[in-house]
Ligand binder design. Structure first.
Ligand code: FES
Length: 122
């Protein structure tokens, strides 16, 4: 009989909020691929897989406006809150919880216990 290991949720320190340009993004490299951490004009922070739901373009290099980002490849617009493409386009990229505490940005990942410690190369 095998046991199923519980998934461990881990908060990863991304860095200072000031280190992310307003209307820009910083990329965090993980075992699960690159995650783009976006900062809006009013300092809201969101995290999405750095992979457009259309053909995988790097959303981190797109133009942020409001709480959306326009993909640099074919201009699809993606909601930063949930990774969903804005109609008429259809698709979704994974989103991740983030929080800001005392000017520091934290990113939450759900990891298998054996890889939790080695998962992030920030
Ligand atoms: S890859 Fe993003 S719009 Fe085509």
């Amino acid at each position: 009989m095998s046991e199923t290991a519980a998934v461990r949720e881990t908060w990863i320190k991304v860095g200072e909020l000031a280190g992310i340009p307003r209307l820009g993004a910083r990329v965090v490299c993980t075992l699960f691929g690159n995650i783009a951490v976006f900062r809006t004009a009013d300092d809201q922070v969101f995290a999405l897989a750095d992979r457009c739901p259309h053909k995988g373009g790097p959303l981190s290099q797109g133009m942020v406006f409001g709480t959306r980002v326009a993909c640099p490849l074919h201009d699809w617009v993606v909601e930063l809150k949930n990774g969903r493409a804005v109609a008429p386009d259809v698709g979704c990229t994974p989103s991740f919880p983030v929080r800001v505490e005392a000017g520091v940005v934290w990113l939450k990942l759900a990891l298998e216990p054996n890889v939790a410690a080695a998962a992030v190369g920030v």
